[in-house]
Design a protein around this ligand. Sequence first.
Ligand code: GLV
Ligand code: GLV
Length: 329
Amino acid sequence: MKYSAFVTRIIPDEGINLLKKNKNIELDLYEHDQVIPRKELLKRVKGKHIILSILTDKIDKEVFDAAGPQLKMIANYAVGFDNIDLVEAKKRGITVTNTPSEMISESVAEHTIALMFALAKRIVETDKFTRAGKYKAWGPQLLLGTDLFKKTIGIIGTGRIGTGVVHRLHDGFGMKVVYNDVKKNPQLEQETGAKFRSLTQLLKESDFVSIHVPLLPSTKHLISTKEFALMKPTAFIINTARGPIIDEKALCKALLKKQIAGAGLDVYECEPLIDCDPNDNLELRKMDNVVLTPHTASATLTTRQEMSKIAAKNILAFVGGKRPPNRIE
Ligand code: GLV
Ligand code: GLV
């Protein structure tokens, strides 16, 4: 059987080259390096068996209907898959895959730690200060930061990425680790001395809190007003998972009230908006104790090529009648 596949965005080429070698796959590639407009997406998926989507494409009933009943697979170019209506996909017998791997987890773990350092050492703020010509003399109290050594990191979610962060911070920087997850992680406890805590206790104890859970109905606004009130005024929060896990308005308020010391964000509740309100989206951007990156935690060429290969391998397995390695149940 011949399969037609639509790729919704230009992605690094290694996976695309693998797909091109398969004679049973007819590829239709969106030709622009931009988020495909919704109308165009709905048009281009028509008659396709497979869609290789990216995390900014909302893949829902409307897309499934526009494609038609022959649609059999969504290969998402991302670890997260909250952009896909899994319930509807299941109803229609559509296979969904994602792209988790050690490499992507490493990249995200490193980026998480980069944000921690940027906050603790005030890298962005002091770079601005220096460039602005404000460095007039060394000072014993000039722009004091924080150390990571012997501080407590609280990890929410100990999947591959959370575990990577824990190992590096424990092994490399001597940090104490507390964690919260849907279940206990005995291996992590044994390897790093990590201690399981309720979310409440974790928030009370941690000097840094880092989020590594998927976005689910149960994790939306997991961290909101009540949770920020539990944190230490010297604590930082880092989010490289999905924006809506933090209630961004509550975060802004907690920062303004100095309930917490700062935040490092790679993802946003109404991405790509920073703050959900389009008329006043400057609050976070005005704060010196906030470091913001544009959802680039996995943005290294190696990782993005790896994701391309993994998405392709899932498609090739499917087309070959095998179970795709990263099928989401
Ligand atoms: C990035 O956010 C991903 O889910 O891969
Ligand atoms: C998957 O890679 C995860 O972070 O759990």
